[in-house]
Design a protein around this ligand. Structure first.
Ligand SMILES: *Cc1c(COP(=O)(O)O)cnc(C)c1O
Length: 419
């Protein structure tokens, strides 16, 4: 690693030139036991204001307003926060997003709602490398309703392509369910083209935006997307178990019925009358009492995204992963490490995955040294580079440590997994 000082200098230059360079300071600092956090795409770091906002909410809103808080404003939070999220990072006009539940639950609700509008069609199109919960939920629905699943075999180093969709979709396809950014490879799907293809055959699309919201530009309205869901605790920095979001395009809002008919999705929740009458518009996606406490830190995450702007965030995200790839080529490829992610900007999301047979052990050693990536079985170390909270110097430090550990183990890379 003779070029270490050059790369350290480059990291410093990149940090100095970074227009979002002061954003990492707007997050609560990590303790000294962490030198590089590469998992902000799994659990984003806490914005500093979240601590004060939580405290303030408990002391002033909850304590003082008590049950009156619901009428004051809390009942409006699911759509109010949804609208801000839609405007800041999802390309959605107001009235099409709610914040509620979890991604898993919203995926179920919207998939069921979509299928109900295409009763004559009996197939759901999905891919083998989608995030587990997406596959499991769709499998459950198919099982319950006697529908057929049509699986596209995805290359785990890449993701879902329009060609694959064109070959698999047909007149019997009711719904397609894909991730916009693949959780493993970081592959950024061509959501506009795939949505168009689906519509040409009369199918509906449901995008999972968990790994794209807050990291890559999303244009739900312009792409003509039908439905979308995504997590609040990844690039949105809403905190562990933060509520998720759901998008229903205006054109579907008066025709869909989602299956979890709770009182909060009722037209008049407080008349408490017989029979469910869905609220008009996006509120019909709600089921039970909104997770108000969870929306307090989520809103401070959304505020940071509003201030930074998604185009600047994406520009930094690409610079971060470009720099990481430069270090991979210089230090890790010679050690037999394989890149399992796309290189081209147009197809690269906010994270990359690196593979070697012994990376499960390498990952444990990294964590001992304060570098925290994510491990993806069987042999992938996922480097998530959350643009608002990550410095280039942190990329340098983390990748240098990875290179050291990987080099020290060289020669001991006998495949350990025979089972
Ligand atoms: C993280 C993630 C989820 C998680 O769903 P939860 O209901 O929050 O557990 C779902 N889908 C994708 C694509 C994800 O990346």
């Amino acid at each position: 690693m003779t070029d270490r000082t050059d790369f350290a200098a480059k990291a410093r230059e990149l940090d100095e030139a970074d227009p979002l360079g002061d954003y990492p300071d707007r997050f609560l600092p990590t303790d000294d036991d962490i030198v590089a956090y590469f998992d902000g795409n799994s659990l984003g770091r806490p914005p500093a204001v979240s601590a004060e906002r939580m405290d303030h909410f408990v002391r002033h809103q909850w304590r003082a307003r008590l049950v009156r808080g619901w009428d004051d404003e809390w009942l409006d939070w699911p759509t109010a926060v949804g609208d801000r999220l839609g405007k800041a990072v999802l390309g959605a006009a107001p009235g099409q997003l709610v914040v509620a539940d979890s991604t898993t639950v919203l995926l179920y609700k919207l998939a069921r709602a979509a299928l109900r509008t295409r009763p004559e069609r009996r197939e759901i199109l999905l891919d083998t490398d989608n995030f587990p919960t997406d596959r499991y939920v769709v499998e459950g629905i198919a099982d319950e309703h006697g529908l057929t699943l049509r699986w596209i075999e995805t290359d785990p180093d890449a993701g879902i392509t329009p060609d694959q969709v064109a070959n698999a979709i047909g007149p019997n396809t009711a719904l397609v369910v894909f991730s916009h950014v693949a959780y493993r490879s970081g592959y950024l799907a061509d959501a506009a083209a795939i949505t168009r293809l689906a519509h040409e055959t009369g199918a509906l699309v449901l995008w999972d935006l968990s790994h794209s919201a807050g990291s890559v530009p999303v244009e739900l309205d312009n792409w003509g997307v039908d439905f979308a869901v995504g997590c609040g605790y990844k690039y949105l920095n809403g905190g562990p178990g933060a509520p998720a979001f759901a998008y229903v395009n205006d054109r579907h809002q008066h025709t869909i019925r989602q299956p979890v008919q709770g009182w909060m999705g009722h037209r008049h929740p407080f008349t408490m009358g017989p029979g469910h009458e869905p609220a008009s518009g996006i509120r019909s996606v709600l089921s039970g009492t909104p997770p108000v406490l969870g929306m307090v830190p989520l809103l401070s995450g959304v505020e940071l995204l509003e201030q930074a702007g998604i185009d600047a965030i994406r520009a930094k995200s690409l610079l971060l992963s470009d720099f990481a790839l430069e270090l991979v080529d210089a230090w890790l490829s010679p050690l037999g490490v394989r890149l399992a992610s796309p290189r081209e900007h147009a197809r690269r999301g906010g994270h990359i995955t690196l593979c070697r047979a012994d990376f499960d052990v390498v990952n444990e050693e990294l964590r001992r040294r304060g570098v925290v990536p994510d491990f993806r079985s069987p042999d992938g170390i996922r480097i998530g580079l959350s643009p608002l909270s990550t410095r280039f110097n942190e990329v340098y430090t983390g990748m240098a440590t990875l290179a050291e550990v990987a080099a020290a183990r060289r020669g001991r890379t006998v495949p350990r997994r025979e089972e």
